[in-house]
Design a binder for this molecule. Structure first.
Ligand code: ADP
Ligand code: MG
Length: 228
């Protein structure tokens, strides 16, 4: 246990290397395989039913060539390009922008500390908002990225990463009550109330996979069973 704590503490300042970043994305792709139907069903209720299909197609393609990337920044750059070329929906360019901005924030770095992670996430969130124009409360993925990013920025430790995963999950569930003001779901107006935003759910799973990669002993939570 002492040895474990020691190793664990030592990773705090250099939280992620290229292998960890790859593991995060491979883990996410595998989770998408399991939740594709759920994400499609959410999008079926308030959009056009393709969010899970889009995300899985995109991340499968994006993960294909990650083995060739030599740094965390290169991994994310490849992911961004893979998403852009395979996902036609709104979510493709938005996630692609997020990963591109994070890649730029990490340029030249071999090891990513949790502070670097926070910087990357803030750049990603700013990119999503510039590109999509959504604010918190508009029932989009921004509702998840904003609080999760804030958790890690204000507490750049493993604890903050774990809290970000929790906050992301709660925020995704809270989008159920909101009226959509951006994206396809906004065409439904008040009728979008009662269904969780699919992009918020896929984003919360991305933050959960990040925490699983970074925090020893953290496991996938079956929270997505509460989404429908
Ligand atoms: P499409 O809406 O083109 O079919 P997807 O179904 O793959 O694309 O993605 C829908 C998700 O994209 C939504 O659930 C929402 O979270 C996100 N989204 C849509 N428009 C915006 C926007 N302007 N800003 C942020 N996120 C958005
Ligand atoms: Mg859709």
């Amino acid at each position: 246990m002492r040895l474990h704590m020691h190793l664990h503490g030592a990773r705090g300042s250099r939280a992620m290397n290229v292998e960890h970043v790859r593991a995060w994305l491979y883990g996410y792709r595998d989770r998408l395989t399991a939740v594709q139907g759920l994400l499609d069903e959410l999008d079926n209720r308030i959009g056009d039913g393709d969010h899970g299909t889009n995300m899985l197609r995109g991340f499968r393609a994006a993960c294909e060539h990650l083995g060739e990337a030599a740094s965390p920044s290169e991994v994310l750059h490849k992911v961004s390009m893979g998403l852009l070329s395979t996902v036609g929906g709104a979510s493709g360019p938005l996630y692609a922008t997020a990963f591109l901005r994070m890649s730029q924030a990490w340029r030249g770095m071999e090891d990513i500390s949790i502070k670097d992670l926070a910087n990357g996430l803030n750049a990603a969130l700013a990119g999503i908002q510039q590109r999509g124009g959504a604010n918190v409360g508009d029932k989009t993925m921004v509702d998840v990225w904003a609080p999760a990013t804030e958790c890690i920025s204000s507490d750049p430790t493993e604890h903050g990463v774990r809290e970000a995963s929790r906050a992301a999950r709660q925020a995704a569930l809270n989008t159920r009550q909101l009226v959509a003001r951006r994206g396809r779901a906004s065409y439904l107006g008040e009728r979008s109330v009662g269904t969780c935003d699919p992009g918020s759910v896929s984003s919360a799973i991305l933050f959960e996979c990040l925490a699983i990669t970074l925090v020893e002993g953290m496991e996938a939570d079956p929270w997505t069973a509460q989404v429908l």
